[in-house]
Write a protein that binds this ligand. Structure first.
Ligand SMILES: [Fe+2]
Length: 191
């Protein structure tokens, strides 16, 4: 069992308690975002070399903490230059904090009204946000928060912390041209 820093322990205790009380995802991320803001500043006390593992073939997801009841999970994600997610949503709330570099998020908006459908999905591109060290962003699944995140090839590595309201071991990816969506499993490195 790795030693858990007191900052991480405190964060997990408070995040679990606040997320239990806030059943509405938008209230939940409101309550958790300030905790992430503080956690970023303490990252040096609990991130270890294994949390900075990267993969030349794609962004690397390193598990930092998972709750025994799978109600919370925290990952450190390492984005090498030019690495991006597919277009995806999470089916969960999430709170993201940037540790290093600039994480870029490009959003999409779903125009087709049937959120349960896996085909005939019309997506249009939305805006871009650039998140530096210390920045916190969040999302909720009402409606689907569809986006791409990553680092353009001309920028250096980015590292970010991602807290979700479930184990994030699968999510929906979208083929914008084919107007389809499908569920895929996503891998992570154990801590
Ligand atoms: Fe995402």
């Amino acid at each position: 069992m790795p030693m858990i820093s007191s900052a991480l322990e405190r964060f997990i205790y408070q995040a679990a308690s606040r997320s239990r009380k806030q059943t509405e995802p938008a209230d939940c991320v409101l309550a958790l975002a300030p905790l992430m803001l503080d956690l970023i500043e303490q990252a040096g006390t609990f991130l270890e070399p294994q949390h900075y593992r990267s993969d030349p073939h794609g962004y690397a997801r390193n598990l930092v903490y998972d709750a025994a009841d799978e109600s919370l999970s925290l990952y450190s994600i390492v984005w090498l230059p030019g690495q991006w997610t597919p277009v995806h949503d999470h089916g969960s709330w999430g709170v993201v904090g940037v540790i290093e570099g600039v994480l870029e998020e490009r959003s999409y908006v779903r125009l087709s009204p049937d959120r349960g459908a896996d085909s005939d999905i019309d997506l249009v591109r939305g805006g871009t946000v650039l998140l530096r060290h210390g920045a916190v962003t969040s999302f909720v699944p009402n409606p689907d928060h569809i986006h791409v995140t990553g680092v353009p090839s001309e920028r250096p590595r980015a590292v970010s912390l991602h807290l979700y309201g479930r184990m994030m071991s699968d999510f929906n990816i979208y083929d914008v041209g084919a107007r389809t969506r499908r569920r895929i499993n996503v891998a992570h490195n154990e801590s």
